[in-house]
Design a protein around this ligand. Structure first.
Ligand SMILES: Cc1ncc(COP(=O)(O)O)c(C=O)c1O
Length: 426
C-alpha cells in the first residue's frame, strides 16, 4: 500500500510516534496539485498562496518540470561531485550571467548556502571575527546561519554559537554604518526580509552597507533565498536597488521543488576558493540542476518577471483598498509575489480560518500574514482571497494583543515562541 493512501488521522498518528517534533504541523493534508491549486486527502480544493514557502514558483505539476524530472531520472539520478555533469555548468552560467557575479557553488538548501558564504567570506578576510546582520533576520538553522539569525528565540537554546555577530535594526542607516569597521568579516542582509515579517530594506540602507563594505573590505552578502529568483519582479532582488553584493545566496525555487541551493561570488572571492575548501555530496545534483535550468527558462519564456511585476502592482492597490476598509490591517509591505499583511491580531488564527475557506497562506512572526504565491497565480485567486480575508477580519476574533496598541516597529515587538506558530513554517 502506498503510504499516501492512508487516511489523515493514521498519517498524523504515525508521525507523532516516529518523526521528531521540530514542527507544529497544521492538520492539512495536501495530496496533489495543479497550477496554483492544491487538493487535499478528501478532494477539497485550495488556492496555494504560500507556494511551499516560496519554492513552487511555477505552481504544481508544471508540465515542463515533470518532463524534465522524468527525462533526467531516466539518465542519471546521482553522480557525485568528483566527476563532470553538464547540468551544473549550464545552470552556473545562467546564474552568473544574469547576476553579473563571477562563479557559482551548488549546495542543497538555504542554510547551507549561507554557511558556504560565511566560509568564503572568511577566506577573503582571514583573522577578522565580526559579522554584521539584522535584528529579526532569518538565515537558517545550522550553526553558522543560526548565529547570524536575528530572531533571538531561535538562537537562545543553542548558545554558544559563532561569536561576534552584531545585530542592527533594519533600515537604520546610521547604525549599520557604525557597526561596520576594520574587523568586520561580512555583512549578511536579506534585501526583503521574509521570516522577519516581509520588511523591504531601503535602497539607501543597502547603498550604505555597500559603501561601508567598500571602505573596510568587509564582504557584502545578500541572502536572496526567499526574495530572489523573480519573487520581487526582477531575477535578483538587488537589481531593484542597483547595489551589487560580493556574494548572493539562493535556494527555495532554484531546484523546481527538489533541494538545491547556490552561492554566487565575485571573481575575487571565487579566486580564493581552492579544492578542499568546501564541498557537499549531493549539491548540484543532475536532476536538481536540470530542474533549475527549466525554472529559469520557463521564467524567461513565459515573461514571468513582467507578470510578477504587473500582478504585484495590481494586488498592492487591492490590498490598499482592503486596508482602507479594514481597521484590522495595520500595514501592508512587499513587492511582486511577496507580501506581508500586518494585522492587529495573531496571524495564526486568521491563517487557520483562511485555510477553512480554501486558501493556504503563511505567517511571519506572530502578527503578519505572509503570501508567497506561485508566479502563475491567477488574479481571480487573489480577488477571492481578498474577499475571504475581509470576511475573516470582520468576524469575531480575539481582541488585539495589548502590545500592539503602540505602533512599535515590528522588530521591536515581543517575539513569537518558536515552539508554536512561527515554527510550523520553517
Ligand atoms: C532568507 C532565508 N535565508 C535562509 C533560509 C534557510 O533556508 P533553508 O530552509 O532551505 O535551509 C530561509 C528559509 O526560509 C530564508 O527565508
Amino acid at each position: 500500500m502506498l503510504l499516501h493512501d492512508e487516511g489523515p488521522s493514521a498519517v498524523e498518528a504515525r508521525e507523532k510516534s516516529f518523526v521528531l517534533g521540530t514542527y507544529t504541523r497544521t492538520a492539512f493534508h495536501p495530496r496533489s496539485g495543479k497550477g496554483a491549486k492544491l487538493f487535499d486527502a478528501d478532494g477539497n480544493e485550495y488556492w496555494d498562496l504560500l507556494g511551499g514557502i516560496a519554492v513552487n514558483v511555477l505552481g504544481h505539476k508544471h508540465p515542463r518540470l515533470v518532463k524534465t524530472l522524468k527525462a533526467e531520472a531516466d539518465q542519471l539520478i546521482h553522480i557525485s561531485n568528483l566527476y563532470y555533469h553538464p547540468a551544473q555548468g549550464l545552470l552556473a552560467e545562467e546564474l552568473v550571467r544574469a547576476s553579473g557575479l563571477g562563479k557559482a557553488f551548488f549546495c542543497n538548501s538555504g542554510t547551507e548556502a549561507n554557511e558556504a558564504a560565511l566560509k568564503f567570506a572568511r577566506l577573503a578576510n582571514p583573522g577578522r571575527s565580526a559579522i554584521v546582520a539584522l535584528e529579526e533576520s532569518f538565515h537558517g538553522r545550522t550553526a553558522g546561519s543560526l548565529s547570524m539569525t536575528g530572531h533571538e528565540a531561535y538562537r537562545t537554546p543553542f548558545l554558544p554559537l559563532v561569536p561576534d555577530v552584531k545585530f542592527v535594526a533594519p533600515n537604520d542607516v546610521a547604525a549599520i554604518e557604525a557597526a561596520i569597521d576594520g574587523n568586520t568579516c561580512a555583512i549578511f542582509l536579506e534585501p526583503v526580509m521574509g521570516e522577519g515579517g516581509v520588511i523591504p530594506l531601503s535602497d539607501e540602507f543597502l547603498a550604505a552597507a555597500r559603501k561601508a563594505a567598500d571602505r573596510t573590505g568587509a564582504v557584502l552578502v545578500f541572502d536572496e533565498i526567499q526574495c530572489g529568483l523573480g519573487r520581487t519582479g526582477t531575477l535578483f532582488a538587488f537589481q531593484h536597488s542597483g547595489v551589487v553584493p560580493d556574494i548572493v545566496t539562493l535556494a527555495k525555487p532554484l531546484g523546481g521543488g527538489l533541494p538545491l541551493g547556490a552561492v554566487l561570488t565575485s571573481e575575487h572571492i571565487a579566486s580564493l576558493v581552492k579544492p578542499g575548501h568546501h564541498g557537499t555530496t549531493f549539491g548540484g545534483n543532475p536532476i536538481a540542476c536540470r530542474l533549475g535550468l527549466a525554472v529559469l527558462h520557463e521564467i524567461r519564456k513565459s515573461n514571468l518577471l513582467e507578470t510578477v511585476q504587473s500582478t504585484g502592482q495590481w494586488f498592492e492597490k487591492r490590498l490598499e483598498k482592503l486596508q482602507s476598509k479594514s481597521p484590522a490591517i495595520v500595514e501592508i509591505r512587499g513587492k511582486g509575489m511577496m507580501w506581508g499583511i500586518e494585522l492587529d491580531r495573531p496571524a495564526g488564527a486568521v491563517a487557520k480560518q483562511l485555510l477553512a475557506k480554501g486558501f493556504v497562506v503563511g505567517t511571519a512572526r506572530d502578527h503578519v500574514l505572509r503570501l508567497l504565491p506561485p508566479f502563475i497565480v491567477p488574479k481571480k485567486a487573489l480577488t477571492q482571497f481578498l474577499a475571504a480575508l475581509e470576511q475573516v477580519l470582520a468576524g469575531e476574533l480575539p481582541a488585539p494583543a495589548p502590545q500592539l496598541a503602540e505602533a512599535a516597529p515590528l522588530w521591536q515587538r515581543p517575539t513569537v515562541n518558536p515552539k508554536t506558530e512561527g515554527a510550523n513554517l520553517k
